[in-house]
Design a binder for this molecule. Structure first.
Ligand SMILES: Cc1ncc(COP(=O)(O)O)c(C=O)c1O
Length: 397
């Protein structure tokens, strides 16, 4: 039995994830502009659109020229259809023994389903029989990620089983790259070779498969030869290219995490700050309390390494976070001369076009916080927790 927990009203919470819908549209346009004309852009909106809100991200990306949507979970894919998004959708991650009735609805809704094992083929074919609709399947090949999908040696037999089943239609063949963000790693080409050899073997067995896809954002940027029929872009849509873009192209971070100053305190040199007193002030200064912590998505591993922008009445200040990040709060060293007051807005990361900072300074990004925490922007974005209210900005908000 599940028990309802009274939810707090997120509008009354101190923190906001401000989603710039226009940035996602812009990013889709920029990424789409790098594709061959015949290649479709799939917007990957799994994990609630990388923390931006799945429906918001999906619609914004479609407005920017994406023509496919991708979601890991079948339930997410179904939510996209039920929200009225009428484009091809692919879903790829499910336990065939547990997916049950959901797969019937998914196939019934015309959603494309990845199949990477005989068990998956069986459950999708069964669902198609019940739904009285032929399932469109994409054969997933594990060319070196070592996660889901059929190994190349098993792919041919799986394709043959699909061909022999009247309830499924093999419309795609795909794989996922493990090192596309490191162009110096030769493993990428080994995966591509394995994929191409598998496509050839499958084609020999069952005839041409209409759609091939393997590129993520990194391969979209660095390897036009891998664009094929569809490119599955996630992180780039949200403004964080894993590799440098061609000259002139720029992506915009779409999520800005904001908070405010809840208390300002003048302290002497030698003041310890936070659990474990890992930081101690070295000069008399002003400390600012910001009511955001690791339960909101700030990684504790970034303690003492991140910086934030405080928007004071006399200007914007880039200030260091000091001491340990607590569950609900952090402390910033505002500096002895700070004019910051309680209620001043704080930008934790993201974009603020109107921010005026010192020479060489800029508003921190999710990539900066990722570096501070020893992780990747993907994790920083998807860690912004449910207790942070989402607020839409930009066209269509
Ligand atoms: C199967 C699949 N394709 C594409 C993507 C998009 O990758 P990226 O966000 O690096 O563009 C992901 C996300 O990790 C994924 O799981």
């Amino acid at each position: 039995m599940s028990v309802a927990i009274p939810a707090e009203d997120l509008r009354q919470g101190p923190n906001r994830a401000v989603i710039d819908r226009g940035a996602i549209t812009h990013n889709a346009r920029v990424l789409g502009g790098l594709l061959h004309e015949q290649t479709a852009l799939m917007a990957v909106v799994k994990a609630d659109g990388y923390g931006h809100g799945m429906l918001t991200a999906a619609q914004a990306a479609l407005d920017g020229g994406a023509t496919w949507l991708g979601a890991a979970h079948p339930a997410s894919a179904l939510a996209l259809v039920r929200a009225g998004l009428d484009v091809p959708i692919l879903t790829w991650l499910y336990d065939p023994t547990a997916v049950g009735e959901l797969m019937v609805d998914v196939v019934g809704a015309g959603i494309d389903v990845s199949v990477g094992s005989p068990e998956a083929l069986r459950v999708v074919a069964d669902a198609a029989r019940t739904a009285e609709r032929r399932a469109r399947i994409h054969l997933k090949v594990d060319t070196g990620m070592g996660r889901g999908g059929a190994l190349p040696a098993a792919a041919r037999a799986l394709a043959a089983a699909a061909r022999d089943d009247d309830h499924v239609n093999l419309v795609g063949i795909w794989t996922h790259l493990s090192t596309a963000d490191d162009p110096t790693d030769p493993f990428l080409d080994r995966q591509v070779e394995a994929f191409d050899a598998t496509v050839e073997a499958v084609t020999h067995e069952v005839g041409p498969v209409p759609l091939q896809h393997l590129a993520n954002t990194a391969a979209l940027i660095a390897r036009p030869d891998l664009h094929r029929d569809i490119v599955r872009a996630g992180i780039g849509l949200y403004g964080y290219p894993p590799l440098p873009l061609p000259d002139g192209a720029r992506l915009r971070p779409a999520l800005t995490l904001t908070s405010s100053i809840a208390q300002v305190k003048e302290v002497p040199a030698g003041t310890p700050v936070g659990y474990g007193h890992t930081a101690t002030t070295t000069v008399p200064t002003r400390l600012g309390l910001v009511p955001i912590g690791y339960a909101d998505g700030l990684h504790r591993a970034a303690s003492g390494r991140g910086r934030l922008v405080v928007r004071t009445r006399t200007g914007d200040d880039l200030v260091p976070q000091i001491g340990r990040i607590s569950m609900d709060q952090i402390v910033v060293d505002l500096g002895p001369e700070s004019t910051a007051r309680v209620g001043d807005r704080v930008i934790v990361f993201g974009e603020a076009a109107d921010a005026v900072l010192g020479d060489g300074q800029r508003v921190p990004t999710a990539a900066d916080w990722a570096e501070a925490a020893g992780t990747i922007p993907y994790e920083v974005l998807t860690s912004v927790s449910v207790r942070v209210g989402r607020e839409l900005r930009g066209e269509g908000a």
